[in-house]
Design a binder for this molecule. Structure first.
Ligand code: TMP
Length: 208
């Protein structure tokens, strides 16, 4: 299997961290040298920006500004971690990427998706996932999972039901327009069923 850049996105509480770990293990077992990362974060700058974005409850952050902050963290992540890893034959597995900005700040937040795409093109140096998974779960299921896994909502999780319903719909509608890159997986299924669906899509991608 050749090296790849794989991303996993989805609404909060979709179960992507669990699936990321399972996919990392499967890829490693197949001989891949895997680098995992998450967006925003993983670089010293990205971690500071993440702190502002998720925990700066006291700050006034316009949605357009929020978009640029996510892009800045991502640009550094690509420069410092993703691009060098891909260039040395590693497979990169990233928890969220550009699609999250298109959906959270764009479709749900109201910033023009065309403008985000343009800013994204500049931020990521053309580094885009070979395959991007979208884990789709109903709003009610994600809320239940968040209640179990976290006791205090962060800045993004606190944006309310209408926003998060738009996020869910936005992921599915955007992923549907780019079927060669994005694969939607019903993540309300049991963990092992979701993991098998992801693995099958990865194998199919490399077979093509
Ligand atoms: P997470 O990495 O723990 O999922 O948290 C990141 C939060 O930030 C999550 O609520 C989704 C949100 N987010 C955006 O709003 N835009 C983005 O571009 C990214 C990467 C994340």
């Amino acid at each position: 299997m050749q090296n790849m850049f794989i991303t996993i996105d989805g609404g909060d509480g979709c179960g992507k961290s669990t699936q990321l770990k399972l996919l990392e293990k499967r890829l490693s077992d197949c001989g891949h040298n895997v680098v995992t990362c998450y967006d925003p974060g993983c670089t010293p700058l990205g971690e500071r920006v993440r702190e502002i974005l998720l925990h700066g409850h006291e700050l006034e952050i316009a949605t357009r500004t929020e978009m640029f902050l996510f892009m800045a963290a991502r640009s550094q992540l690509v420069e410092e971690i993703i691009r060098p890893a891909l260039a040395t034959g590693k497979t990169v597995l990233c928890d969220r990427f550009l699609l999250s900005t298109i959906v959270y700040q764009g479709i749900a937040g109201g910033v023009s998706v065309d403008e985000i795409t343009e800013a994204g093109r500049i931020a990521v140096y053309g580094v885009m996932p070979d395959i991007g998974f979208v884990l789709d779960v109903p709003y009610e299921v994600s809320q239940q999972r968040l209640k179990i896994s976290r006791d205090k909502a962060d800045r993004m999780e606190s944006k309310g039901e209408t926003y998060h319903r738009k996020v869910r719909e936005g992921f599915v509608s955007y992923a549907t327009i780019e079927p060669n890159r994005y694969v939607i997986v019903d993540a309300s299924q049991p963990v092992d069923v979701v993991a098998t669906a992801i693995w099958t899509a990865v194998c199919n991608k490399t077979a093509n």
